[in-house]
Design a binder for this molecule. Structure first.
Ligand SMILES: *Cc1c(COP(=O)(O)O)cnc(C)c1O
Length: 387
């Protein structure tokens, strides 16, 4: 690539980390289905000795993801949870973590059911309130874990302000950027130390692979994380790396369409009397709209909707869609609908769920890249059961 000009996001998405295969000229990075590598002499390698430690397909993906997040180092994992688990390995017994109070359920579970028993203490706070963050710091605090926008209420917290408060105290900050993607927002540029991703979602983008990633800028931090990546072994296979790498080539194009469709769906829903509330960071009615527009390029592909509906009615709406599919997960090209009260958040008791803002009639849409008009027509038809 031309060194006089810093390549833009789209050029990086298509090319970063990838060179034509030197032996054949293959333009696509080969899927290196190998566990080991022949050495010319003991310990004389071409940079690869065993595929848990390194694999060329994974190297290409790690470099590509690093470039997209504007960091120097990428690390790929077998799942988003394996990536987040790797970050927690930086800590030790007696350390304190501050985490958002509406973190991804799997991250919450990892902190509460695994790390708690090793003596790691976690305080869960509303990170949209900087006062709560400030009050939670202790001398033993080592890490702040955040997500923005969150799931499923799409609350946005101030990446730059949180990162600055962590830096002042020498505390690491980790931003799970799964919902926003690097096309919309770059936490490293705003001062965060670690970006985490479930590449299962928008980065893979086609609902055909489970994966995770970490991106950091700091060399020493990268060395530590790489040590745990190799020690714990939660690394992805080469085929999975290939699929994510194919996904990131079109990330910018898909995200534009996801955002466009999500905005159209959100606007249409907001004008509908069967809807009590639309939650979408791109709408001026969103509680953190100004902040979201400051740190994100657009509103993203996720829309949450509070229907004027009971649990049963909301379930019925979710079962009557035809273009949308009823499923967990998000970020693929196809549109999905989820009913948190009976699916992703069903394990939370009803009262507690309502107190946390998860109304019985709340549905979460992962708006895909189909024709926006078809998505709206599908919702319109499914909502007819409400009247
Ligand atoms: C899905 C998800 C994860 C977990 O990723 P897996 O690939 O399912 O392990 C973590 N954080 C967020 C925000 C997610 O949406």
């Amino acid at each position: 690539m031309n060194s006089e000009r810093k390549p833009g996001f789209a050029t990086l998405a298509v090319h970063a980390g990838q060179e034509p295969d030197p032996t054949t000229g293959a333009i696509m990075t080969p899927v290196f289905m190998t566990s080991t590598y022949v050495q010319e002499a003991p310990a004389k390698t071409k940079g690869y000795d065993y595929s848990r430690s390194h694999n060329p397909t994974r190297t290409a993906l790690e470099r590509n993801l690093a470039a997209l997040e504007g960091g120097r180092h990428g690390l790929a994992f077998a799942s988003g949870m394996a990536a987040i688990h790797c970050v927690l390995n930086l800590l030790q017994s007696g350390d304190h973590v501050i985490a958002g109070n509406d973190l991804y359920g799997g991250t919450y579970r990892l902190l509460r059911t695994l790390y708690a028993k090793f003596g790691l203490e976690t305080t869960f706070v509303d990170l949209t309130d900087l006062g709560q963050l400030e009050a939670a710091f202790r001398p033993s605090t080592r890490l702040v874990m955040l997500e923005t926008p969150t799931n499923p209420l799409l609350r946005c917290c101030d990446l730059a302000a949180i990162a600055a408060r962590c830096r002042q105290r020498g505390v690491l900050s980790m931003a799970d950027n799964t919902f926003a993607t690097p096309w919309l927002q770059n936490p490293l540029a705003l001062g965060c130390d670690i970006v985490a991703h479930s590449t299962t979602k928008y980065l893979g983008g086609h609902s055909d692979v489970v994966g995770g990633a970490l991106i950091v800028d700091d060399d020493a931090l990268h060395q530590k994380l790489m040590h745990f990546q190799n020690s714990c072994g939660g690394t992805p296979g080469p085929m999975d790396c290939f699929l994510v790498l194919r996904g990131t080539k079109t990330l910018h194009v898909r995200m534009q369409r996801h955002c466009e469709n999500a905005m159209a769906v959100a606007r249409w829903l907001e004008a509908d009397p069967r809807v009590a509330r639309v939650i979408y960071p791109g709408l001026p009615s969103h509680a953190n709209h100004a902040l979201a527009m400051r740190q994100m390029r657009a509103g993203g592909g996720m829309v949450s909707v509070e229907l004027r509906a009971s649990v049963e009615q909301a379930k019925q709406v979710c079962s009557s869609v035809r273009v949308f599919s009823l499923a967990e997960s998000l970020g693929g090209v196809e549109s999905l609908v989820d009913h948190p009260a009976s699916m992703t958040h069903a394990s939370i008791p009803a009262e507690e769920r309502r107190r946390a803002g998860l109304a019985d009639g709340l549905i979460r849409l992962s708006v895909g890249i189909e024709d926006g008009d078809d998505l709206i027509a599908d919702l319109d038809r499914a909502l007819r059961i409400l009247k």
